[in-house]
Write a protein that binds this ligand. Structure first.
Ligand SMILES: [Zn+2]
Length: 260
């Protein structure tokens, strides 16, 4: 999917970059997304955008700038404070040096609909895109171009209380009460999808080499492969994000219902 800039008008209320201690943590997650292959690069930027809500109960948020390389040195000028959005007129009111991410309207709509969510991370991951429907991650019914109202509508149709959803032929959205929750959920799903793919590929290959009774057995296993997600291995907290953990307890694997 090619990137052709933002599809809304930005009104910059001030040209001052946002100052917020939490930008360091957001920046660390941008780096982790890049290193983990969750935000692949294109010429001049990275696919994906990450944000956190600046004040509980308010729709304002800080988000990565449009066309920014998430793996580059993420100084404050790479982030934009979005104050409000007129969805009908497609005007984003913001402060910063650059334009906010092209998916700012989508982030805004989710923050508006989900008061429990404080961080929204969007990435592009082949493994998740391929395996999402197989391991029970909700997926939008129809592909829509990035940054459009149609895409927002498709996401809203399936969002419900889910914390991770896949946008058909596009990428995923992971949500959390904290940035750590949103980030770990994305890493967890990437890992689960990779391992699920290996298991399915091995079983499919085996099916063509085995006697009839074993063929039947593997069919059963394939049908029940979704059970894999109930016993996932939890990925370690990335080094660059670990210093932001509020307490030093070991992370608990997300419960199955948290993933859906
Ligand atoms: Zn995208």
């Amino acid at each position: 999917m090619g990137y052709a800039g933002t599809k809304f008008k930005t009104e910059l209320l001030s040209h001052t970059p946002p100052h917020d201690d939490r930008i360091k943590e957001l920046s660390a997650w941008c780096l982790t997304f890049c290193k983990s292959g969750l935000a692949p690069t294109y010429e001049g930027g990275s696919y994906g955008n990450l944000s956190f809500r600046t004040k509980s109960g308010d729709e304002a948020f800080i988000i990565t700038a449009a066309k920014s390389g998430l793996g580059e040195s993420n100084t404050e000028d790479r982030f934009v404070q979005v104050w409000n959005i007129d969805l009908e007129k497609r005007i984003v009111y913001a402060s910063g040096i650059r334009n906010p991410s092209s998916e700012s309207m989508l982030h805004y709509s989710i923050y508006k609909a989900r008061r429990d969510i404080q961080a929204i991370f969007h990435g592009h991951c082949k493994q998740i895109s391929l395996q999402a429907p197989l391991i029970g991650i909700p997926e939008t019914h129809k592909e829509e171009p990035y940054g459009t109202t149609n895409l927002i509508e498709q996401v809203m149709k399936i969002l419900g209380d889910n914390k991770i959803v896949e946008m058909k032929n596009h990428g995923f959205l992971s949500l959390g009460k904290t940035m750590e929750e949103a980030g770990l959920l994305a890493l967890h799903c990437q890992r689960a999808c990779k391992e699920h793919n290996i298991i399915l590929s091995s079983l499919l290959e085996l099916r063509y080499r085995c006697p009839h009774w074993l063929y039947e057995k593997t069919s059963l296993v394939l049908q029940q492969a979704h059970l894999f997600q109930k016993h996932p291995l939890h990925p370690p907290l990335p080094e660059e994000a670990s210093s932001f953990r509020a307490n030093q307890q070991e992370p608990q694997p997300p419960r199955c219902q948290d993933l859906l």
